[in-house]
Design a protein around this ligand. Structure first.
Ligand SMILES: [Zn+2]
Length: 169
């Protein structure tokens, strides 16, 4: 993480040092009270189901898990509501326009070691657009819940989809 390579305090430009603070090893300023807290990033994902109970997945073009299938997802911009992030990421990665129905789950995804994230997963339904893989995706496709690809990315893929399958009547 970039925090581990930072050398200077962003407030007073003095040297940053490692030290125990609040019971954890933290990077902090050697002069002022600045502490460089490392927090998970915020991300959103779209769990998009169509009228035939198929789920929208994208094949990842980036690490981690490049080449594996995952829910369309990405990091939240500073001026976005989490639900807007989900709508935007689904559009960017798959070409599909969606409407958010509900917050399905909030999960912690530690696999990207550069940037562990809390991911808000929104249940969505398609309202338009045309299926087409975007920049962050090699492919985008609909899958029946009983015919999911075996090479899902992240531990959470199966977990999310199992839970969804069980929650449907
Ligand atoms: Zn400082």
């Amino acid at each position: 993480m970039w925090q581990r390579r930072a050398k200077h305090c962003p407030l007073c430009a003095a040297a940053l040092v490692q030290g125990a603070l609040e019971g954890r090893a933290r990077v902090h300023c050697s002069v002022c009270s600045f502490v460089l807290y490392e927090n998970p990033a915020a991300a959103s994902a779209g769990l998009v189901l169509d009228g035939e109970r198929r789920v929208l997945l994208v094949r990842r073009a980036i690490e981690p898990f490049r080449g594996r299938w995952a829910l369309p997802a990405g990091y939240q911009e500073i001026d976005e509501e989490p639900a807007q992030t989900a709508v935007r990421e689904v559009r960017e990665e798959s070409g599909i326009e969606v409407e958010v129905l509900s917050l399905h789950d909030l999960i912690f995804v530690p696999e990207d070691l550069r940037r562990p994230a809390n991911v808000a997963i929104y249940l969505c339904r398609p309202v338009g657009g045309r299926l087409q893989a975007g920049e962050d995706a090699l492919e985008a496709a609909w899958f029946g819940l009983d015919a999911l690809p075996l090479d899902l990315a992240f531990d959470n893929g199966p977990r999310i989809l199992d839970r969804l399958r069980r929650s449907l009547p």
